[in-house]
Design a protein around this ligand. Structure first.
Ligand code: PMP
Length: 407
């Protein structure tokens, strides 16, 4: 209650420097970079004014939606996975190699963009319940898109398993080609077609450690430098777990007192894993596993298994906040209404968890969270449900915190 006493209101602008002050103080623009890949990383960290004023904490958002290729935090990961594959001679630019991935959308968009930039083909498998604008965008980028009916990871037709199987089949056929060629046989036309297609690379964002390393080498050090080493908590959701693990692994040794908090949407098993050390009891497991894909409209975070990327940092996660769809929707609307920030669903979950953490820690703390992508990727699903924000509204933060689903 007390924490919320300085409730943000539109009549009371916070005592911050003006935008023109900030522009004057800003160092020169960044130097010229090589290609769109050069526009990844070094994203701004900004004070979310309404949430900071309302909680008495400094709540900072890392503007990952400003990454320049696919416009999400996944740009870092896509680039890291491709560069790792190139270093190990698994991918060769302009050779016709194909990158396969199972993704809820953002990673696919980043991979498809970078594939174009680097001379690869992209074949993306994504669950069919994800917002349609993501698969439309993938098609515009020239990717092959498989919209796969949502299924648990244990099933063969799960989107990740489908991508892995396609990459394996592709690589197996490439190997046949090489053998044939070495033996000096005259290849069949079908074999020649396969040669043109090059090799298949399964990016494997859930298990590939190039994922968390991208955040360990980029996102974490950037946040630490931007905060000049002064911060009290870091909040992130987990899809693959790469962000929270990579950032936590970088920050924890430097700031042993920092609190790392998982922001978890309804239907995800990670909240229980962090809080109680178990994913779910057997009864819940049956239910949530089957329900998960339709259980939340939040895209990109929440999962019912411990991936290699979550495993990499899970001992460093101190706490978890569970966020319902209604709370995420209310927070997304709030951020537009008060701050003019139009975000995707996972960012709204992160911001909600940041407020909860601020209230738990009390005023005066600095809390950093991740704004993974923009609301424009979520128009047909999450934002369709959130509706239009409307004109003269003055929502109270309590209303956001107490938002509950209709049923
Ligand atoms: N937000 C969005 C929009 C995403 O697509 C993802 C990744 N699936 C995340 C957050 C979570 O990031 P991570 O995979 O690093 O846990």
């Amino acid at each position: 209650k007390e924490v919320l006493s300085s409730q943000h209101s539109q009549e009371k602008p916070p005592s911050q420097e003006t935008a023109s002050d900030a522009l004057r103080a800003r160092p020169g623009p960044p130097a010229i970079v090589q290609g769109i890949e050069g526009c990844i990383g070094n994203t701004p960290l900004f004070r979310i004014k309404s949430l900071s004023d309302a909680t008495g904490c400094e709540i900072l958002g890392k503007a990952e939606f400003l990454n320049g290729a696919g416009q999400s935090s996944k740009d870092r990961v896509a680039l890291s996975m491709i560069e790792m594959a190139e270093e190990h001679d698994i991918l060769t630019p302009y050779s016709g190699d194909t990158i396969y991935e199972g993704t809820s959308g953002s990673t696919g968009i980043s991979l498809a963009t970078l594939a174009r930039a680097k001379g690869y083909l992209a074949h993306i498998c994504l669950p069919s319940d994800q917002a349609i604008e993501k698969s439309n965008l993938l098609l515009k980028l020239g990717a092959i898109v498989d919209r796969v009916p949502p299924a648990p990871i244990v099933e063969k037709d799960n989107f990740v398993n489908r991508a892995r199987a396609l990459a394996q089949a592709h690589t197996a056929s490439s190997k046949t080609v090489n053998l044939t060629a070495e033996e000096g046989d005259q290849p069949e036309q079908e074999t020649l077609d396969r040669m043109v297609r090059g090799r298949g690379f399964f990016a494997d964002q859930f298990e590939n450690d190039a994922n968390w390393r991208a955040h360990y080498q980029g996102t974490g050090p950037e946040i630490f430098a931007q905060c000049e080493g002064k911060m009290d908590a870091f909040i992130a959701g987990a899809g693959t777990g790469g962000t929270i693990s990579g950032v936590a692994r970088y920050l924890k040794p430097l700031l042993p007192n920092i609190t790392i908090v998982l922001a978890d949407p309804q239907g995800s098993g990670l909240y229980n894993r962090v809080r109680y050390g178990v994913m779910f009891d057997l009864k819940e497991r049956e239910g949530t596993r089957r329900r998960r894909q339709v259980d939340t409209i939040v895209e990109g975070i929440g999962i019912n298994r411990v991936t290699a990327n979550f495993e990499a940092g899970k001992e460093l996660v101190d706490d978890a906040v569970r966020v319902t769809d209604a709370q995420a929707l209310a927070m997304a609307r709030w951020l537009v209404e008060k701050d003019g920030i139009f975000l995707g669903s996972s960012s709204a979950v992160n911001c909600f968890a940041a407020v909860k953490t601020a209230m738990k820690m009390g005023p005066g703390h600095r809390i950093v969270t991740v704004l993974s992508d923009s609301g424009s990727r979520h128009l047909s699903r999450f934002w369709a449900k959130a509706g239009d924000v409307g004109g003269a509204v003055d929502t109270k933060l309590e209303d956001v915190l107490n938002a509950c689903d209709e049923d």
